[in-house]
Design a protein around this ligand. Structure first.
Ligand code: DC
Length: 235
């Protein structure tokens, strides 16, 4: 498409298909895809493994000092794996035990400062698609294209259930629903960078769109933005 690389910020509730879209876009445009949620999940995994008390400020700061996160492209998955202190923790960060704790960890101010700083560095050269909860509002407020994704709750529950069932045998739909509702509530109501649509984000409800239709729609938006940049309409 265009040689003018932009930043694409995708935000929305859990299990709206943000990562699927982000990954497709990155592949199509030759951009980097960064899953910012993976960073909060990896931090949560570290906290769980080291029994960090999240209400203990000193313990949280000390733990963050000992955490190094990096992304390494995995050819097989066609997306980057997240490394926690040089260990590929991709296989562990989607477990329910992490999912149950991650919203609380992501609500901690110091954790957000730590993650956001790294995310902003990754976007310095543009040509990046990042998904999360605060990408268009806090991480890249000047992103050229911002998308806010939603889907009907039942659609989201079934998507997450299908994703989790393979690696979490015995998990029930009700457990998945409860976890999603709780995370949405915490993510939207926390004091630090709550999930909200940026004023200039485009709303995308994909309840009734398949992946191809969705990609086609968003590629049109990318084309519009890139054309505007070439024409000098966007700062
Ligand atoms: O996208 P995900 O479900 O993997 O995100 C895991 C958690 O991390 C989610 O409950 C909210 C939090 N998160 C966040 O607060 N800010 C982001 N930019 C990304 C994720």
């Amino acid at each position: 498409m265009s040689a003018h690389k932009i930043i694409i910020a995708i935000d929305g509730f859990s299990s709206c298909g943000k990562s699927t879209l982000a990954k497709q876009l990155a592949a199509k445009l030759g951009y980097n895809y960064i899953d910012s949620g993976a960073m909060y999940r990896a931090i949560t995994l570290y906290f769980l493994r080291h029994s960090v008390h999240i209400s203990d400020h000193e313990q949280v700061l000390k733990a963050l000092d000992n955490i190094h996160l990096s992304f390494v492209f995995n050819e097989k998955r066609e997306q980057s794996d997240i490394y926690l202190n040089d260990e590929n923790v991709e296989p562990y960060i989607r477990d329910l035990i992490v999912a149950e704790k991650v919203s609380e960890v992501a609500a901690i101010k110091e954790v957000r400062t730590f993650a956001v700083g790294q995310q902003q560095k990754m976007g310095q050269k543009k040509g990046i698609v990042m998904d999360g909860r605060d990408i268009g509002t806090v991480v890249f407020p000047d992103a050229e294209l911002k998308i806010f994704m939603t889907a009907e709750p039942d659609v989201r529950v079934m998507r997450r259930y299908d994703e989790l069932a393979a690696s979490n045998p015995g998990i029930t739909i009700e457990e998945v629903r409860h976890n999603l509702e709780l995370r949405d509530y915490i993510d939207s109501n926390r004091e630090e960078s709550p999930l909200r649509k940026a004023d200039d984000a485009i709303m995308l409800d994909n309840s009734n769109l398949n992946k191809e239709e969705q990609l086609e729609k968003v590629l049109e938006w990318v084309k519009d933005k890139a054309t505007n940049i070439v024409a000098g309409n966007i700062p």
